[in-house]
Design a protein around this ligand. Structure first.
Ligand code: NAD
Length: 266
């Protein structure tokens, strides 16, 4: 069975990458492209694969009603992603969401909607398999080297900070180490924010620069040693295998799957 896919945020950097990947995958059929800046131009032409006779529309609900996709992939904006998910679930279209900025409280809300409309969803702060492994290894290391800080580095156009991946990594590390660690000294920040943000004591530093895509390192400190676990996405294609796998899996699953690790069964 061919899975019908709509892409929301289709004119964006990730959206266009997903459009090309869905078009190239025989098991999937691109049926709709939506973007806030849609002008009804052909998404295939914009994405560089030649005309596919799919216009970029602006009204998500209207487009989903008309094209009836099985799945909508969302790479839009942290400001509107919850509304997009609500729209998709209410129309019983399965959302596969890469847009970041979704909190634990938001996930609970999505679980309620998913149950209400009996429609599954995948929410993944990071679709790169290497990044998911990095998070798992960091959680493992936190049991033995509990003192750690996270540095995440992204391109200069990223809106939210810290990244969804950094928050999720810190949450996994906190769960794994299971204890609060008081700082050994009283600190004095001479420039506000110099020590980064703190998620229950794990400091997170966000770097935004042109030339970067998505990178993160977790530095653990112990007696006379450090351990650095680092992942680099050099290109947006690094997210595609995870997105395609999620599109196929959301057709088989129930409820809300939060994190690619729960699809990979790590
Ligand atoms: P981008 O700015 O290049 O693209 C976003 C697109 O969404 C734009 O074309 C914009 O017009 C459109 N848009 C914004 N609000 C919209 C709405 N309400 N409805 C329809 N379209 C809307 O950004 P990007 O680099 O493609 O990233 C998009 C999101 O994906 C960000 O939150 C980013 O952090 C996240 N991201 C996640 C992963 C992952 O693996 N989960 C990977 C890369 C990026």
């Amino acid at each position: 069975m061919t899975i019908k896919v709509a892409v929301n945020g289709a004119l964006g950097r990730m959206g266009q990458t997903v459009v090309r990947a869905v078009h190239a995958e025989p098991a999937l059929q691109l049926v709709a492209a939506v973007d806030l800046n849609g002008d009804h131009s052909d998404i295939g032409t914009t994405a560089g694969i030649g005309p596919v006779r799919i216009p970029v529309t602006t009204d998500l609900a209207d487009t989903l009603r008309q094209t009836k996709p099985d799945v909508v992939v969302d790479f839009t904006s942290p400001f509107t992603v919850m509304q997009n998910i609500a729209t998709a679930l209410s129309l019983q279209v399965r959302p596969v969401v890469g847009t970041t900025g979704i909190t634990e409280a938001d996930i609970e809300k999505i679980r309620e909607w998913s149950a209400q409309y009996q429609t599954p969803a995948v929410i993944a702060p990071n679709f790169a398999i290497g990044a998911v492994l990095m998070m798992q290894f960091a959680a493992q290391a936190a049991k033995f080297l509990p003192e750690a800080e996270i540095i995440e580095l992204h391109h200069e156009r990223k809106i939210d900070a810290p990244s969804g991946t950094a928050i999720k990594t810190a949450e996994m590390m906190l769960k794994a180490r299971g204890q609060a660690l008081p700082r050994p000294v009283e600190e004095m920040e001479k420039i506000a924010g110099a020590r980064g943000g703190s998620l229950d004591g794990i400091h997170i530093h966000s770097v935004r620069l042109p030339g970067l895509v998505a990178h993160q390192e977790v530095i653990f400190g112990g007696l006379g040693q450090t351990l650095t676990i680092r992942h680099d996405s050099f290109d947006r294609t690094s997210f595609i295998p995870g997105v395609l796998l999620s599109i196929k899996e959301v057709m088989q699953r129930e409820g809300v799957i939060y994190g690619l690790e729960n699809i990979l069964n790590l």
